[in-house]
Design a protein around this ligand. Sequence first.
Ligand SMILES: Nc1ncnc2c1ncn2[C@@H]1O[C@H](COP(=O)(O)OP(=O)(O)O)[C@@H](O)[C@H]1O
Ligand SMILES: [Mg+2]
Length: 201
Amino acid sequence: MIITIASFKGGVGKTTTAIHLCQYFATRKPKKKVVLADGDPNRTAIDWAESSQFDLPFTVQDAAETLPIYNTLIVDTPARTNPEELIQLIETSTLVIIPTKVDIFDVRATLALADTLRPNPNKYRILLTGLPRGKKLYEAARSLFTEQGLQSFDGGIRQLAVYRDAAYEGIPVSRYSEAGKDAMTDYEKIGSQILKGWKNG
Ligand SMILES: Nc1ncnc2c1ncn2[C@@H]1O[C@H](COP(=O)(O)OP(=O)(O)O)[C@@H](O)[C@H]1O
Ligand SMILES: [Mg+2]
């Protein structure tokens, strides 16, 4: 299975999503080889892994280098995928995940891609990130996507300080603290939707 994380804006949680979905799959299926391929020239995921104080259960490497044999490959991309690149990613991936903050500008940036996404309903999911307390913005964003015929994951990722704190130490949040374990349940719910929907991918 190849999962690509792409977005039309930076700072929406792509790299954080790549790391935590790798952590989820590697923990859930310890015998399977999980690889995070860093396609961002900023090498954010590689630098994160190199700074890690923790023995990661998955491999992080440069997407431009030869990949090891894998069961699950998660590809992190730089900001600002354009529509042509998105079509390519949809072709080469089992699933493209599009993290989008609940902020209205970010939601509109994703809505602008509706024509590219709509014909491929099983090849992508929008993932709402940076969720504040309360469901109001989450529900508003989801209904905008649904009105446009766009597919989004059920649930999303809360805005929580533990992501930044854990990133400093190169640790997935689930290994960082009790608050981190609670934060991780958001990614676990997304991971289990992926296992149900794309397990044969
Ligand atoms: N759910 C979240 N809650 C709080 N901070 C987050 C969350 N997800 C990511 N961050 C922080 O936001 C910043 C940008 O996230 P990152 O994953 O690097 O985004 P991108 O790869 O899209 O640029 C990082 O400092 C990261 O630790
Ligand atoms: Mg990134």
